[in-house]
Write a protein that binds this ligand. Structure first.
Ligand SMILES: [Zn+2]
Length: 414
């Protein structure tokens, strides 16, 4: 109990000093491995503290947790870890220094307007300009649609790639509902780029349509470029804090487990399900097309996980064997590129309990095949060097092609 009192008092002391959250100089990332439920409970005490940003969640004992800690709280944190005899080490000594590998974190991506690059992280308006250009250049196969306007007024662009006709089996991919997961938009853009601009891939949209939303949360995404690199939520205005966690805002046992009711937490679920214009836009599109959508993919980082429902409970879907089988096909295809693997598990057993996730909602409304993809970590986690983009997008593309083959086999009858 003394530990908690100490933590509480020190938290109050450090909280009176404001700090510039846009700079990560002196921030460290600790890797902590709780060895007992008691130790996990002590770690949990830090979850609501603004000086602590959990990059990976507390899952179960003996699994490491990555926590970014502000300079003001490090002494306090280390003292508590030592006195409670909890194993930890400093994984990143200076987050700001590690960010230097990510080029143009606050500048513009170097890309000709209307084109795409996989050697740098693109800004949102450059991404949209590329999609608009493709729709202009390839009107027979590419159509774009604004499915809504973000809280701050950005177009939520969706691109559909189709050889024509209607009601074809559709693969739906969305990325960057979590703003800081920068490797997700390039993976989504590479799908579009390969389908549209690589003639070798014509057969991949012959019988199957692809629908891709490269950036579901553009306000948060832009905020990570301009102001706070590790922002996760949307940017809607609360009474005290900004934003909600889009992947806790869907109507899938919303507001039950693994989602905070406190607006300043990074997993804040919102005041009701679908409180955000961004999640409403996704919901409305999917509900309108759910009979065609045969595969739902929500792209995140990081961890090399392929997660099937559910996040909200330990229950397994009736078709769990099929979800696992297809998951293995995805992994085998990726493994063939450079020998790396994904772990295929349910959301709750792979990551942690979470309610209000899009993948559970997709499953609940009847889209049988639904996954959350946690892409590889880069650099130290959320900050892959731009030189990592190409190997990651190329590797993941092989996984998407395996998904496509399965959808053709299962749903296309000739
Ligand atoms: Zn995420």
């Amino acid at each position: 109990m003394k530990l908690f009192v100490l933590h509480f008092v020190l938290t109050i002391i450090v909280s009176v000093f404001s700090y510039d959250s846009s700079k990560y100089s002196g921030y460290k990332v600790y890797q902590v491995t709780p060895k007992s439920l008691y130790e996990a409970y002590i770690l949990k005490e830090f979850e609501h503290d603004e000086h602590f940003d959990f990059w990976t969640e507390i899952r179960s004992i003996n699994l490491p947790v990555d926590i970014m800690v502000s300079p003001l709280a490090q002494n306090n944190f280390e003292a508590i870890m030592k006195s409670a005899n909890i194993d930890y080490f400093v994984n990143i000594d200076d987050v700001e220094a590690s960010l230097q590998n990510e080029e143009n974190t606050s500048g513009r991506s170097i890309v000709t307007r209307g084109s795409v690059t996989f050697s740098d992280f693109m800004r949102h308006d450059d991404i949209n300009a590329y999609l608009e250009q493709l729709a202009q250049d390839y009107p027979q196969i590419v159509s774009i649609e604004s499915i809504g306007i973000s809280f701050e007024g950005r177009d939520l662009l969706l691109v559909r790639i189709s050889s024509g006709g209607s009601n074809k089996p559709t693969i739906y991919v969305q990325a960057a509902i979590h703003a800081r997961e920068w490797i997700a938009p390039p993976v989504a853009l590479y799908i579009i780029n390969q389908l549209v601009e690589n003639p070798d891939n014509v057969n991949l949209y012959e019988d199957v349509d692809w629908v891709v939303i490269p950036v579901v949360n553009p306000d948060g995404y832009e905020y990570t470029h301009t102001t706070e690199r590790f922002w996760r939520k949307t940017r809607s205005t609360g009474t005290i804090c900004y934003g909600i966690d889009g992947n806790r805002n869907f109507d899938a046992l919303w507001g039950t487990v693994g989602a905070s009711s406190w607006q300043c937490d990074i997993t804040y679920r919102g005041h009701k399900a679908f409180s955000e214009v961004e999640t409403q836009a996704v919901r409305d599109y999917i509900l309108e097309h759910k009979d065609d959508i045969k595969l739902f993919l929500d792209v995140h980082s990081f961890g090399r996980w392929l997660l099937y429902p559910y996040g909200y409970s330990d229950d397994e879907p009736d078709d769990v064997e099929e979800l696992r089988t297809l998951g293995r096909l995805f992994n085998d295809a990726i493994h063939s590129v450079r020998g790396l693997n994904y772990t295929v598990l349910s959301f709750a057993s792979g990551l942690y309990y979470a309610s209000g996730t899009s993948v559970d909602w997709a499953k609940d409304i009847g889209i049988e095949l639904a996954y959350t993809i946690e892409l590889p970590s880069g650099g130290t986690g959320f900050d892959p060097p731009s030189s990592d983009i190409e190997p990651v997008v190329e590797e993941t593309w092989e996984g998407f092609k395996a998904f496509h083959s399965y959808i053709v086999d299962k749903f296309v009858t000739n």
